[in-house]
Design a binder for this molecule. Structure first.
Ligand SMILES: Cc1cc2nc3c(=O)[nH]c(=O)nc-3n(C[C@H](O)[C@H](O)[C@H](O)COP(=O)(O)OP(=O)(O)OC[C@H]3O[C@@H](n4cnc5c(N)ncnc54)[C@H](O)[C@@H]3O)c2cc1C
Length: 411
């Protein structure tokens, strides 16, 4: 059977791989010149350090089993470092504390009062049986189970914000609860932090294109599909962002808002960060990553950092220079004085959908009004937040559904 996949992000690539592995004749159309979608390396510019920056640091967790399996399938299983959860959180005056899934570490979390520290294991344990209420944010749910305002702001927000690309006080309670249960309350290895050690473009889009071509699929990059009726196929996977997906499927656009991610890449004239990553508490520079060390390519002099700000729409309005100054000063205020010798900004206004309370019903499943056309995308109803794991899962579900349709037609 002829299967066409529209959209070459992780969802489309995962669907195309499963379909070609199942023996179908697959063509993948991607509007941009490369595969990978939201997971990209920026086009190289003169003066960039090596490797050129990615569009934003991407982190996976040990519980992202389908994403990690996908990386293995495309031959990129050796392109990341996996380490047990240990998150450094640096506050005013450079005071550091660590978040680790261990009682002793939690009790030493200096950014909270002793009373609040003692409350963290208690609240976490209560989350096993917590029931989200309709319309509730995760922040409200946490407070209902005993968390203080300080614990929400200075502890829970540190990993909920990057995981959901929203503040704890904005995110849907059920999605927050899913994240904590899946990452922190399962096996210890589920909370492992998985950090790319190669540029995102090489380890995702390029590797997927090679694997798909090797398996016999046709990959057509730089080709936008404007109308599904123009597509010559028995079955189609529409693996696109929400509004484009609705347009091609002839549906009303889902009322899902977007949440942005801003990344500022900085080369400082000296070393500032003595660990691979850290959260900078109380600043717009939510997380800072040592890109030179993580890609095993440190600059000859100074330090190459990537600073990520999740879900702060105000930052989208700032001009490049202002943004660099604001983020660089947040870094130096926490890590010590240094001069910026190179910088580059990456803004992703549609990085993820904003899973606020009440949005669960706005995420459609894989089935569409047409039996031979299915939908995929991180934003669809996969049960996961809009992550790389959700994208891969959605693609695999779409491929399974189409294979079932094909089997029924053939029978
Ligand atoms: C800066 C940034 C940081 C992130 N950080 C993380 C993180 O740390 N951890 C994590 O798990 N997730 C992270 N995410 C989210 C994650 O990258 C996405 O959820 C996921 O990659 C989306 O995959 P997708 O295939 O559903 O959609 P997309 O990647 O958006 O793919 C859709 C593709 O369709 C193409 N397309 C659009 N219209 C057409 C058309 N008409 N015809 C053909 N092609 C078309 C687009 O060009 C695109 O390539 C981040 C996202 C960004 C932007």
């Amino acid at each position: 059977m002829k299967a066409v996949v529209v959209g070459g992000g992780l969802a489309g690539c995962a669907a195309a791989l499963d379909l070609v592995d199942a023996g179908h004749e697959v063509t993948l159309f991607e509007a941009r010149p490369t595969l990978g979608g939201a997971v990209q390396t920026l086009p190289e510019r003169e003066g960039d350090p090596s490797p050129p920056p990615d569009n934003g640091q991407h982190i996976a967790l040990g519980c992202f089993t389908e994403y990690l399996r996908f990386l293995d399938r495309i031959g990129a299983g050796g392109s990341y470092e996996r380490r047990p959860l240990a998150l450094s959180v640096i506050g005013a005056g450079g005071v550091a504390a660590e978040i680790k899934p261990r009682m002793r570490a939690l009790l030493g979390y200096r950014h909270l009062s002793l009373r609040d520290r003692l409350g963290i294991p208690l609240v976490t344990a209560r989350l096993r049986n917590a029931e989200p209420r309709p319309g509730e944010t995760f922040g409200v749910l946490l407070r209902r189970h005993g968390a203080s305002d300080s614990a929400v702001e200075l502890f829970w927000d540190v990993f909920i914000r990057p995981a959901l690309n929203l503040r704890t006080d904005e995110a849907d309670a059920a999605v927050g609860l899913f994240t904590v249960r899946t990452a922190l309350l399962g096996r210890r290895s589920d909370s492992d932090v998985v950090l790319p050690s190669r540029p995102l473009g090489a380890m995702h889009g390029e590797a997927a294109a090679r694997t798909l071509a090797g398996a016999g699929a046709v990959v057509r990059v730089g080709e936008r599909v404007d109308d599904l009726d123009d597509v010559d196929a028995d079955t189609i996977v529409v693996a696109l962002p929400p509004r484009e997906s609705a347009r091609l499927l002839g549906e009303d656009a889902p009322q899902l808002e977007d949440s942005p991610i801003v990344s500022v890449h900085l080369l400082f004239d000296r070393e500032l960060l003595d660990r691979p990553l850290a959260a900078l508490l109380g600043t717009d520079a939510h997380w800072v990553f040592d890109r030179g060390a993580l890609t095993r390519n440190p600059p000859a002099r100074g330090q190459y950092l990537t600073v990520v700000s999740s879900g702060v729409p105000e930052l989208m309005e700032l001009r490049g220079r202002e943004l660099v100054e604001r983020v660089a000063s947040a870094v130096t205020s926490r890590l010590g004085p240094a001069d910026v010798v190179w910088s580059r900004v990456s803004r992703e206004p549609y990085a993820t959908v904003a899973l606020r309370p009440g949005t669960a019903s706005l995420r459609p499943g894989a089935r569409t009004g047409r039996p031979n056309v299915v939908r995929a995308g991180a934003w669809t109803d996969t049960g996961w937040p809009a992550t790389m794991e959700s994208a891969v899962r959605s693609g695999r579900t779409a491929a399974r559904l189409l294979s079932d349709v094909i089997t029924q037609v053939a029978a």
